[in-house]
Write a protein that binds this ligand. Sequence first.
Ligand code: DC
Length: 218
Amino acid sequence: MGYNVAIDGPAGAGKSTIAKLVAKEKGYIYVDTGAMYRALAIHFLKKNIAPENTDAVIDACGDAEVSIRYEDGAQQVYLNGENVTSMLRTEEVGNMASKTSAIPQVREKLLELQRTLARENDVIMDGRDIGTNILPDADVKIFLTASVETRAKRRYDELTGKGEACDLEQIAKDIADRDARDMNRETAPLKQAEDAILVDSSHMTIPEVVSEICSHCR
Ligand code: DC
């Protein structure tokens, strides 16, 4: 049985940045479950399936095989044998993942993969329902959040830093919409587990958040 740290929270709270750093410091494997939902989203997009077409999405799960490998310590996501890691982080894929991840059969598809990784390795696993649903017996549960304004500003800085034109208000609206979708769906909604430690990073630096989380971990 691996040592398991669950880290859940809304989009843009910095889960992946923080989890990667904690993984490095503690020698855990970092498991990004959002990337798995994004890989399935690519499969649905390739097939031109609308996320509202639940039957077609469920049907398409039948011929999608998502797997994870670690290359130089970094998670690589494969969809039907193709490495799709570099295609995961677009708004189109994120929105498709947010919508289709509300479908129970989509979640079911990824459950065993996530649990097996946690059983066989020491992991820090990030997502929305890791502490509540996937790993209810995780050794440490963190709920990492930040205000919508803070998360929007971070995303804005990231995009403008890459030279991409964007609008702060629109980003804030997208983040609020995504939160509402992730928190209000019927299956495995985003919520803080009762035994999770709440970390609000709105006014914390990255090293402060990493150190706070590491202080709770073995
Ligand atoms: O963390 P992310 O932005 O890469 O996740 C993309 C979408 O996938 C997110 O909007 C909700 C969904 N997701 C989920 O439902 N459960 C998870 N454990 C991880 C992600």
